[in-house]
Design a protein around this ligand. Structure first.
Ligand SMILES: Cc1cc2nc3c(=O)[nH]c(=O)nc-3n(C[C@H](O)[C@H](O)[C@H](O)COP(=O)(O)O)c2cc1C
Length: 210
């Protein structure tokens, strides 16, 4: 198993999405690539280069080549992962600008998805995505939540098989209560997973052998 963990909260401490995301990483205990879009922001992209990346243009303009190389790297991180974790605070009813920049870099026709007669097909072949959506009060899954549904759509679009939502809404109470609730949601999901049970069995077998 390998994990790609994306963080987009501007809060480097006391961030509910960061704490719950790290809890999932610890619970899965697998190879993890952590892409922190706040600590290491993606470079700004010009309008012309955005169009060039989107169409995988072969123009030799250096700024475009740099952006395509970055996009290739970000897509490879997805290709190498079978589990995706996205920490997504709601900012002004949408996703963080840094996360949108990442999405613009990884959605590329013919690379991360392709068009077919049956509609677009995702090419990333990722088993599951945990989408942790945090808010100050906006109910997750409600009419004003434009984040969790959008991210689920993007995940399905690039080829994620199963989407698992973690609700870190501020309406759940204090930060401690939000985090506790998030952890419980994670525990419940993982307790139902055959892969996880298998790894527990393996752990027990190893312990028994010792
Ligand atoms: C710039 C900004 C805009 C925000 N906009 C909203 C919003 O539209 N709706 C909402 O419920 N909470 C909003 N919040 C609150 C955050 O979603 C909330 O603090 C959340 O816990 C942030 O995620 P984090 O705990 O991972 O940092 C906003 C916070 C900031 C800093």
């Amino acid at each position: 198993m390998s994990i790609l963990h994306i963080d987009s909260s501007t809060r480097l401490t006391n961030s509910n999405t960061r704490i719950i995301g790290q809890y999932i990483v610890n619970a899965l205990n697998a190879n993890t690539v952590h892409r922190d879009l706040v600590v290491n922001p993606l470079p700004a992209i010009s309008a012309q280069d955005l169009m060039g990346v989107h169409s995988s243009s072969d123009e030799q303009r250096p700024s475009l080549q740099t952006q395509i190389a970055l996009s290739d790297k970000l897509i490879q991180e997805l290709r190498d992962a079978d589990t995706l974790i996205i920490g997504a605070p709601i900012y002004n009813f949408g996703i963080a600008a840094s996360l949108k920049q990442w999405i613009d870099a990884i959605c590329r026709a013919g690379v991360s998805f392709k068009y077919s007669n049956q509609g677009p097909i995702g090419l990333m072949n990722i088993k599951r995505a945990f989408i942790i959506t945090a808010s100050g009060g906006t109910p997750i899954g409600g009419d004003m939540d434009f984040v969790s549904g959008y991210l689920a759509h993007i995940c399905a679009f690039i080829g994620v098989e199963e989407i698992l939502h973690i609700d870190a809404s501020g309406s759940k109470g204090s930060p401690e209560q939000i985090i506790e609730s998030g952890k419980q949601q994670v525990d419940l999901i993982l307790s139902k997973e055959p892969t996880n049970k298998l790894s527990n069995e393996q752990t027990n077998n190893v312990a028994a052998a010792i």
